[in-house]
Design a protein around this ligand. Structure first.
Ligand code: FAD
Length: 249
C-alpha cells in the first residue's frame, strides 16, 4: 500500500508542535529528505518544524549549539563549527540534499553511514528533546540506543563541547561517495578520547579500540563483514594517531 499524508501542519509555537507530535499518526518533518523518500507509515500527518525558529548556530558556555532545524549546508559553511564537523556535514549528501536536510533530521534518521552523526557521537554531543510538558537532555548515544526517547518528541537542539580536537578517517568507493566505514576520534579539552565508527552496525557506534574484534558488521554490495572489520581497525588507528594517542574509548 502506498503511503498517504492525510494532514499537514506548520505550527508556529513549540507547544503547538508538541501537542501535534504526541499524536500516534504524527511524523515530524525536518528537511523531509528521509520522510518524503521513505514515509515509513501507511497514513501519517506531517508536523513541519520550519516555522518554529529552531535553527541557528551559536557558541555558548563552552559548547557549540546547533538548532534542530539548522540545515546541514549551514553547518558546513559556519565559521563557528569545528573544521571536522564542517567536513562531516559536507560529506553527508549532495548539496541539494544538504540545503534541505537538518541536524535534527539527521539524528532522527540515524543513518548507519552518517558521517555527521559519527562525528557528533565521537564529540560527546548532547541532544535537547522536548515533549508535551517536559524537557530533557540526553547523550546522543542514549538516543541512538533507545529510539523510544524520541516518541512523541521533538529534538530542539544538539550541543557539543568545544576546545577538543577531532580527526575523521574514512574509506569510500569514490571521493564523492559516502564512506563504507568511517572512524572519528575526539580528544576533549581534558584529554579524554572517544572513538565512533560508522558502517559497522545498524547505526554509528562508540567503540573501544581494544575490542574492535568484537564488531560484527553487516555486509552489503559495498563491503563484506570482514572487509569492514579490517577497515575499522585501520581507520580507528589512524584517527587515534591524529588526535595524538591510542587510549581506550
Ligand atoms: C538522495 C539522498 C541522498 C542522501 N545521502 C545521504 C548520505 O550520504 N548520508 C546520510 O547519512 N544520509 C543521506 N541521506 C538521508 C538524509 O538526507 C539525511 O539523513 C538527512 O540528514 C535527514 O535530515 P532531514 O532533516 O531531511 O530529515 P527528515 O526527513 O525531515 O526526518 C528524518 C527522521 O527524523 C525525524 N525528525 C526530523 N526532525 C526531527 C526533530 N527535530 N525532532 C525529532 N524527530 C525529527 C523525522 O520524523 C524522521 O523520522 C540521503 C537522502 C537522499 C534523499
Amino acid at each position: 500500500m502506498s503511503d498517504v499524508i492525510t494532514g499537514y501542519y506548520r505550527p508556529l509555537t513549540l507547544d503547538e508542535a508538541l501537542e501535534l507530535a504526541a499524536r500516534a499518526d504524527a511524523v515530524v518533518l525536518g528537511g523531509g529528505t528521509v520522510v518524503n523518500a521513505h514515509p515509513g507509515r501507511p497514513r501519517v500527518v506531517a508536523v513541519d518544524l520550519q516555522a518554529l525558529d529552531l535553527d541557528g548556530i551559536a557558541a555558548e558556555a563552552g559548547r557549540l549549539r546547533l538548532g534542530a532545524t539548522t540545515r546541514l549546508q549551514d553547518v558546513a559553511d559556519s565559521g563557528l563549527v569545528p573544521d571536522v564537523l564542517r567536513e562531516l556535514a559536507r560529506a553527508e549528501a549532495p548539496n541539494t540534499i544538504r540545503n534541505a536536510a537538518t541536524v535534527g533530521g539527521t539524528i532522527g534518521a540515524a543513518d548507519p553511514g552518517s558521517p555527521l552523526l559519527t562525528g557528533l557521537l565521537a564529540c560527546a554531543a548532547t541532544v535537547a528533546v522536548a515533549r508535551a510538558g517536559a524537557r530533557a537532555e540526553h547523550p546522543l548515544e542514549a538516543i541512538l540506543d533507545d529510539r523510544r526517547l524520541l516518541d512523541g518528541s521533538i529534538i530542539t537542539a544538539v550541543t557539543v563541547p568545544v576546545g577538543g580536537r577531532a580527526v575523521a578517517q574514512g574509506t569510500a568507493r569514490t571521493p564523492a561517495d559516502s564512506p563504507i566505514v568511517m572512524a572519528v576520534a575526539c580528544r576533549d579539552a581534558d584529554g579524554a578520547v572517544r572513538v565512533a565508527v560508522s558502517g559497522v552496525a545498524s547505526r554509528p557506534v562508540l567503540v573501544d579500540p581494544q575490542r574492535l574484534a568484537e564488531l560484527d558488521p553487516p555486509a552489503d554490495f559495498r563491503g563484506s563483514a570482514s572487509y569492514r572489520s579490517h577497515l575499522a581497525g585501520v581507520l580507528v588507528a589512524r584517527a587515534l594517531a591524529g588526535v595524538g594517542g591510542s587510549e581506550r574509548a
